[in-house]
Design a protein around this ligand. Structure first.
Ligand code: PMP
Length: 360
């Protein structure tokens, strides 16, 4: 069995050790005689799995006690609607930073519920930069400020956390959560689809400060109301039990790696190696401003786009798969989440150098 280096943006690679453990526990979890997929979500076995997963996530991210952690379904995309429904309260507008395709989607959905003030917009430069703090035209009356710290498609990542002067800051961390330590207390709410750094698709994590719960507008569907899930430990209905279990194994794996500090060191090194090979030749290019380059999603172009197909074919023959850029951007994109081993990045770097010399 040869596991390839899979540079998919998500669903993405999971740590091999996690998949092996899931395999070992597949038929009989811990002497229960059941797979975790077959357990009642309210049974004592599954409750122990769910509780431990939440505690491990709290430990790993140092989540303060006044935040609830919710294990939801519907993807990050469902939160685009749930956020205004839950957080507007008696306000009528919210501030949004427009820095890429995912912010755009969040904005389009929010417009169905409130006045959206675009307080920063990098569409003019093709979403290749991060707006500075000074460029943000924040409104003190906004119900909240929403942004996307890491734009998965553009490969643009904020190098700072915006200061919002007491207005709750809401972050779509789908493609950057768990990539490095962050100060959760700076955020009103953090949310993420699981299928990158957390686990398999089907699970969505919401981390929300207590005081933001309980103000949902009256027409909020029960299942979209965060208070429903906070009040029921994410067991109001049947949660995504297997994905939650798998996420728990990933959180344990992060602890075994030495936590997010250690993970961040490796992630930084992986990203640096990749940007170094891109910057060291005219054969490859990165469209993204240097201070906004993502650690997790690295888009790059070949100077001669006619070589794209040959590059992808040859990379795949070398076990380096899913490197094609998003259809809206073109070129290549290497997603190098936590589970991408450093050897995978080394192999990609070596391949890129070889491919370049083979074209000389
Ligand atoms: N936001 C970001 C930043 C993403 O990368 C993605 C998925 N690629 C989404 C939102 C949408 O997530 P989901 O598919 O879980 O709805």
């Amino acid at each position: 069995m040869a596991r390839k280096f899979n540079f998919s943006a998500g669903p993405a690679m999971l740590p091999t050790a996690v998949i092996e453990r899931a395999q070992a526990e597949m038929l009989d979890w811990n002497g229960s005689g059941m797979s975790t997929m077959e357990m009642s979500h309210r049974g004592k076995e599954y409750m122990s799995i769910a509780t431990k997963a939440e505690q491990d996530l709290r430990d790993v991210m140092a989540i303060p006690d006044n935040y609830k952690v919710l294990f939801l379904q519907g993807g990050a995309s469902s939160q685009f609607a749930a956020i205004p429904l839950n957080l507007l309260g008696d306000k009528t507008s919210a501030d949004y930073l427009n820095t890429g395709m995912w912010s755009k989607k969040a904005i389009a959905e929010a417009k169905r519920y409130c006045t959206v003030n675009i307080v920063a917009d990098t569409s003019d430069n093709g979403f290749t930069t991060v707006p500075t703090q000074a460029e943000l035209n924040l409104n003190p009356d906004a119900a909240y400020v929403h942004y996307t710290p890491n734009e998965t498609i553009g490969g643009v990542e904020f190098d700072y956390i915006p200061e919002t002067n007491g207005v709750p800051l809401i972050a779509d961390m789908s493609s950057t959560i768990l990539s490095r330590p962050i100060d959760v207390s700076k955020f009103g709410m953090i949310y993420a689809g699981a299928q990158k750094n957390i686990g398999p698709a089907g699970l969505t994590i919401v981390i929300i400060r207590d005081d933001l719960l309980g103000n949902a507008s009256a027409n909020t569907p029960t299942m979209f109301n965060y208070a429903t899930h906070a009040d029921n430990d994410s067991m109001y209905n049947t949660p995504a039990t297997y994905a939650w279990y798998m996420a728990g194994l990933v959180f344990e794996w992060i602890k075994e790696q030495g936590g997010l500090e250690a993970i961040a060191v490796v992630n930084k090194r992986k990203a640096d190696k990749l940007y170094a090979v891109i910057d060291s030749s005219d054969f490859y290019g990165s469209p993204v401003a240097k201070n906004g380059r993502s650690w997790m999603n690295v888009p790059f172009t070949l100077a001669d786009a006619d070589l794209d197909a040959a590059f992808l074919k040859s990379a795949a023959e070398n076990g380096l798969i899913t490197l094609k850029g998003h259809r809206s951007v073109g070129g290549m994109r290497a997603s190098i989440y936590n589970a991408m081993p450093e050897e995978g990045v080394d192999a990609l770097v070596a391949f890129m150098k070889e491919f370049e010399s083979s074209q000389a």
